[in-house]
Write a protein that binds this ligand. Structure first.
Ligand code: PEP
Ligand code: MG
Length: 571
């Protein structure tokens, strides 16, 4: 028995046999010169291989089942786009013509170079794209060598162990009970897909694919990011108990799906879900969400070379709205910048400090054409149900005024064209910057509702980069300054009789949800996976007594009493 560690990217526990994916063996890359007269034939050989790979991807896309993770199509599109990218194909053809390299040599060299360029990028998301380039090149090389693609894993349910898995291969592994992958990080496509498939997964597992053999019995613990190989009976017993408890717990929570969320003292609470793609509305409904409190629209824009046009956006928003009807869907306008970079499009606005730069609403107001396109798409979708518009990263009152001017402009265009939209679509703002929290009452007067983005509010209040693991321990949602700002925002909204929600990660934490309830919050929006646990916590809470106890400890002169209060909540 031994254990291997990695990063747990998709929770849960599974006990099953290992199935090693046949991608481990590297493709041998031939390096030889061709005769000058053969260049065009060699370029044609490369293009044929690329065409075959493209067709293979199209076949995978066509065979995707309805319940495939919503990101699947987008991932296949990224890989297909890389095949069309002149930086890969054009440069490889150039190397064949100018250096007289064989096709394999040319494409592998170009892919390595591109991959290195990606890896030099600080942004972890973009850095991961270097792996996409290598995965695409690997498929082309296999095709040139006449080798099959790398998914010879058989059909029986097993934990898939691999050095790396290309998204297209991953999509053919729908029988997988879990994944152990040597490479990758939390934002890798593999991690995203594993989360979408709802199976335990660890990435960054070092040399797991060398140490684990086919048919080894594994305990894969996605919570802890650990895989135990050939466990003994005692360990198996321990994990089987844990698994049984998890299953029982999930079963119990499911009974709460249709239970209205009312606290012990009779306060009615609204629980909504956060989604990144329209397909996730299904998960939100299954968890009993009363609406979508945050649709992070930027996920339609990331990971691609062309921006989505009005029609594509309209369809996506409409899909979510129709899936949730008659419940409301809150669509946040493009929140790019900082950790969510928009590829080439943002290059026009280089910034020394992305978290404090031209992000979210600032970026949209600087790109009015792009903004109007999105507003038109949201407005058109609003004709199909209950849509709400949410503006990210507000700091200044004039940002609201300017956004409303843009909305009016988009409405006027639609009217002129005779296109339908909801004239009374509510417009809300995100409180994510301390300045907005301090001035919450003024924003509440201007807007129809507020939504507190605690992820950024904590980042900006405590000056802690939310993506930097070196300061992660200082990222404290319960810092008194953070709690005071949240409280001030809730009061500001109440002062003007406007609804206020929390849609940051705090809303999805059972303990934090009780603190928010004590502060007067009645609307919570979170990842669907957290919804029932939060409901369970709020059903057991007495808001009146919590409020009185919190008021006694949330005095600025006496911070020390806060941790004790929080500990009691956990008990
Ligand atoms: C937040 O900042 O809390 C929030 C919900 O927005 P995002 O996490 O998308 O920045
Ligand atoms: Mg935010």
């Amino acid at each position: 028995m031994f254990s291997l560690h990695g990063i747990g990217v998709s929770a849960g526990i599974v006990v099953a046999r290992a199935r090693l994916l046949g991608s481990g063996e590297q493709v041998d890359v031939p390096h030889y010169h061709i005769a000058a007269a053969e260049t065009e034939a060699e370029v044609a050989r490369l293009e044929d291989a690329m065409r075959l790979v493209r067709q293979e991807m199209r076949d995978v896309a066509a065979q995707l089942p309805d319940d495939a993770p919503p990101e699947s199509r987008a991932l296949l599109e990224v890989h297909a786009m890389l095949l069309d990218d002149p930086a890969l194909t054009g440069e490889a053809a150039k190397a064949i013509r100018l250096s007289l390299w064989c096709a394999e040599w040319a494409v592998s060299t170009q892919a390595a170079e591109l991959g290195m360029q990606f890896e030099a990028i600080e942004d972890p998301y973009l850095r991961e794209r270097g792996r996409d380039v290598r995965q695409v090149a690997d498929r082309v090389l296999r095709t040139l060598a006449g080798m099959p693609s790398a998914n010879a894993a058989g059909d029986e349910p097993a934990v898939i162990v691999a050095s790396d898995i290309a998204p297209a291969d991953m999509l053919q592994l729908r029988h997988a009970l879990g994944f152990v992958i040597d490479q990758g990080g939390v934002t890798s496509h593999t991690a995203i897909l594993a989360r979408g498939m709802n199976v335990p997964a660890i990435v960054g597992a070092g040399r797991a694919s060398e140490f684990i053999r086919d048919d080894d019995l594994l305990i894969l613990d996605g919570h802890q990011g650990v895989v135990i190989v050939a466990p003994d009976e005692a360990m198996l017993g321990e994990y089987r108990n844990l698994q049984a408890r998890e299953a029982l717990d999930r079963q119990r929570l499911l009974r709460l799906v249709h239970v209205p969320c009312i606290s012990l003292d009779g306060e009615r609470i609204e629980l909504q879900a956060n989604i990144e793609t329209p397909g996730e509305a299904r998960e939100a409904l299954a968890a009993g969400a009363q609406g979508i409190g945050l649709f992070r629209s930027e996920f339609l824009f990331l990971n691609r070379s062309r921006l989505p046009d009005e029609e594509e956006q309209y369809q996506a928003y409409r899909d979510a709205i129709e899936a949730m009807a008659p419940r409301p869907v809150t669509i946040r306008t493009l929140d790019v910048g900082a950790d969510k970079a928009l590829g080439g499009f943002q290059d026009a606005h280089p910034t020394p400090n992305p978290a404090l730069g031209l992000r979210a609403i600032r970026f949209c107001l600087a790109e009015p054409q792009m903004f109007i396109t999105q507003l038109r798409a949201i407005l058109r979708a609003s004709a199909h149900g209950r849509a709400r518009l949410l503006i990210p990263m507000l700091a200044h009152g004039f940002e609201v005024d300017q956004t409303i001017e843009h909305i009016e402009q988009a409405k006027a265009q639609l009217r002129q064209q005779g296109l339908q939209y909801d004239e009374a679509i509510p417009v809300g703002g995100m409180v994510e910057i301390p300045a907005a929290a301090i001035c919450a009452a003024a924003f509440a007067r201007q807007l129809d509702f507020l939504s507190i983005g605690t992820n950024d509010l904590i980042q900006y209040t405590l000056a802690i980069d939310r993506a930097d693991h070196q300061v992660a321990a200082l990222f404290n949602p319960f810092h008194p300054a953070v709690l005071r700002l949240i409280q001030q925002t809730i009061r500001g909204a109440q002062q003007h009789g406007k609804p206020v929600a929390v849609c940051g990660e705090m809303a999805g934490d059972p303990k934090a949800a009780q603190v928010l309830l004590a502060m007067g919050l009645r609307q919570f929006s979170m990842h669907p996976a957290h919804l029932l646990r939060v409901k369970q916590s709020l059903l057991r809470a007495d808001s009146t007594s919590l409020q009185a106890r919190l008021a006694r400890v949330l005095v600025l002169e006496d911070f020390d009493r806060l941790p004790e209060f929080l500990e009691q909540l956990e008990a």
